[in-house]
Design a protein around this ligand. Structure first.
Ligand code: SF4
Length: 462
C-alpha cells in the first residue's frame, strides 16, 4: 500500500545500537519502507520490528498499518539521496524487506532507478523474499552501485535462497547469515537439477548422473557448466531479542575459514544478545549451552540444565545484561570487519583505458575470430568419457574460468603498463604468473589477428 505519510526519521542512534552492528562502518539507513510481513520463523525476533515498536508505535508516531504487519511506503524518501553531499554506503529499507509482497512493484522500480541516478553512493539491499526479487528484477542489468543480498539463518534457507541471487544480473552480491541458528556450508549448494553451485567461487558444476557403482558424479570444478562472479561479501551475526539463540562458534569459524580460503570478505556482526562465558554460573537463569549439532539447553533456553550432557564441544553463553560489550564482537580473539572494495568492479567493467588496437583485439575475440578455450560440451566431445571426479575428491581451489575478453583486457592493461602486474593481480584476483602468461600470449599472437585483413582506408602503410 503506497501512502503519503510524512517521512519518519529514524536516526542512526535509534536504528543501530552501535556502529558495529551496521553492515559496514559508514552505513547510512535509507528508510523507504516501514514494517514487514513475517516470512520465516526468525522474523519473531526481527530487529526492525522490535525497534519500530519501541520507538514509534508506542509513541503513536506510526500508522496502525505497521502494527498489523503491513508495510508503509514512504514515497518522499526517494528524494533523500539528492541531499547527500558526500559519497555514502547506504542500506536500503533497513526496517523492512523491500521485496515483501506489500511493496508495489512500481515503487521498487523507482528505487532501482533512483539508485542508478546516484552512482557516487553505494547501496545494499538484502531480502528474504528471493522469489519476488527475481520476479521483479529479472535478468535486466542492475546498477553498478548496488549490492543485492539474501538473508539466511540456516543451511536450508541458505540453500533455498542463494541460487536466486545468481539468477539476477547484480553487479555485486552479498549474503547476510543473521541470526545464524545452525551450521551452514556456505561453499556448496545442490541445485534442484543436482548440479552444484559453488557460491564463493561463482561456478556451477554439472551433474553427470550415476556411475556404474551407483555413485553420483560431477564434472570437475575446473570445467564449470556456468561461471558467475563469486559472492562479494558474507556477513554473519547472532540473534537478538527477548530470547536469543546464540550460534555455536564452530559454525562461525567454518564460514570465516571458507571465506578466507576463497578470498571473500567476511564481516562478523557479533554473537547477538548473548556472550560466551568460560566460567559458567550454573545458577544463572540466562545460561544456555550450545552444542555443535544445534541443540541448546539451559535455563535461558527454557529448560533445566542437564549437567551430564555437557561435552567438550559444548559452549556456554549468557545474556548480555545491558547494551553491548566489546567482547561480543570477537571471534577467537579477533574482530572480522572485512568489506569489499566497491571501486574495483567499476575498474573491472571499464574499457575506456584500452587502446584502439586492444579494443579491436577484444572485439575480434568476442566475435569468436580468435582462438579460445573449449566449452564444457566441447571438452566432453574431445575427451570422450568425462573425468570421474566427485565433489569430495576435489577439495583444492579450482582453476578459475575466465572469458577470453576478460583475459584480453587484463593482458592489455599489463602491456600498457599503467598498473604493475602485482596491482592487476590484486585488483582482478588473478595470479601474477597468469597475467604474465596472458601478456606473452597476446604479444605472440597479435600479428595473427591482422594476417589477411585488408588495410583500413586512410591508414598509412608501414
Ligand atoms: S524485516 Fe526481515 S526479519 Fe524482519 S519481518 Fe521482515 S523479513 Fe522478517
Amino acid at each position: 500500500m503506497t501512502t503519503r505519510y510524512p517521512a519518519i526519521r529514524v536516526t542512526d542512534h535509534e536504528l543501530l545500537r552501535q556502529r558495529d552492528e551496521a553492515l559496514s562502518l559508514n552505513e547510512r539507513p535509507w528508510n523507504l519502507v516501514y514494517g514487514c510481513q513475517p516470512i520465516s520463523e526468525v522474523c519473531k525476533s526481527c530487529f526492525a520490528h522490535e525497534r519500530l515498536s519501541r520507538f514509534h508505535v508506542n509513541a503513536g508516531r506510526l500508522p496502525q498499518a505497521f502494527a498489523r504487519h503491513q508495510p508503509v511506503v514512504v514515497q518522499a524518501a526517494l528524494a533523500e539521496p539528492a541531499g547527500w553531499t558526500t559519497p555514502q554506503q547506504v542500506t536500503v529499507a533497513p526496517l523492512a524487506d523491500l521485496f515483501q509482497p506489500g511493496v508495489p512493484a512500481a515503487f521498487i522500480a523507482q528505487v532501482i532507478r533512483t539508485i542508478a541516478e546516484y552512482p557516487q553512493h553505494f547501496f545494499h539491499i538484502t531480502t528474504r523474499h528471493q522469489q519476488r526479487m527475481r520476479e521483479l528484477l529479472g535478468r535486466g542489468q542492475l546498477p553498478d552501485n548496488l549490492s543485492l543480498g539474501i538473508a539466511a539463518e540456516d543451511a536450508a534457507s541458505y540453500a533455498e535462497r542463494v541460487p536466486y541471487l545468481f539468477d539476477v544480473a547484480a553487479a555485486w552480491r552479498h549474503v547476510v547469515l543473521e541470526p545464524l541458528l545452525g551450521a551452514v556450508d556456505v561453499e556448496c549448494v545442490e541445485l534442484p537439477t543436482r548440479d552444484i553451485l559453488w557460491p564463493l567461487e561463482g561456478i556451477v558444476q554439472q551433474y553427470l548422473g550415476l556411475d556404474a557403482g551407483g555413485r553420483p558424479q560431477w564434472m570437475a570444478k575446473s570445467d564449470p557448466l556456468r561461471s558467475y562472479e563469486p559472492l562479494d561479501w558474507i556477513l554473519l551475526g547472532g540473534e537478538r531479542g527477548a530470547a536469543p539463540r546464540p550460534p555455536h562458534p564452530e559454525w562461525v569459524r567454518r564460514v570465516r575459514d571458507a571465506c578466507r580460503d576463497s578470498q571473500v570478505p567476511f564481516f562478523f556482526r557479533g554473537w547477538g544478545d548473548s556472550v560466551i562465558t568460560r566460567k559458567p554460573d550454573l545458577d544463572d537463569t540466562r545460561l544456555i549451552i550450545v552444542s555443535e549439532d544445534g541443540s541448546r539447553r539451559g535455563r535461558g533456553a527454557g529448560s533445566a540444565i542437564n549437567h551430564l550432557s555437557v561435552t567438550d564441544g559444548d559452549v556456554y553463553f549468557t545474556r548480555l545484561f545491558q547494551g553491548d560489550e566489546p567482547i561480543q564482537f570477537y571471534l577467537d580473539g579477533q574482530r572480522h570487519r572485512e568489506a569489499p572494495d566497491v571501486s574495483l568492479r567499476h575498474a573491472k567493467l571499464r574499457l575506456v583505458d584500452v587502446s584502439p588496437l586492444a579494443r579491436e583485439l577484444v572485439e575480434r575475440i568476442e566475435q569468436g575470430e580468435a582462438p579460445s578455450g573449449p566449452t564444457t560440451q566441447e571438452y566432453i566431445v574431445a575427451h570422450g568419457e568425462p573425468r570421474k571426479k566427485g565433489i569430495a575428491a576435489d577439495k583444492r581451489r579450482p582453476r578459475r574460468s575466465h572469458t577470453p575478453s576478460f583475459k584480453a583486457q587484463i593482458a592489455v592493461a599489463a602491456l600498457q603498463g599503467e598498473a604493475s602486474v602485482a596491482d592487476l593481480s590484486q585488483r582482478f584476483d588473478v595470479h601474477r604468473n597468469q597475467i604474465t602468461q596472458w601478456r606473452a600470449q597476446l604479444l605472440e599472437r597479435a600479428a595473427e589477428l591482422f594476417d589477411g585483413l585488408p588495410e583500413r582506408p586512410g591508414r598509412a602503410r608501414r
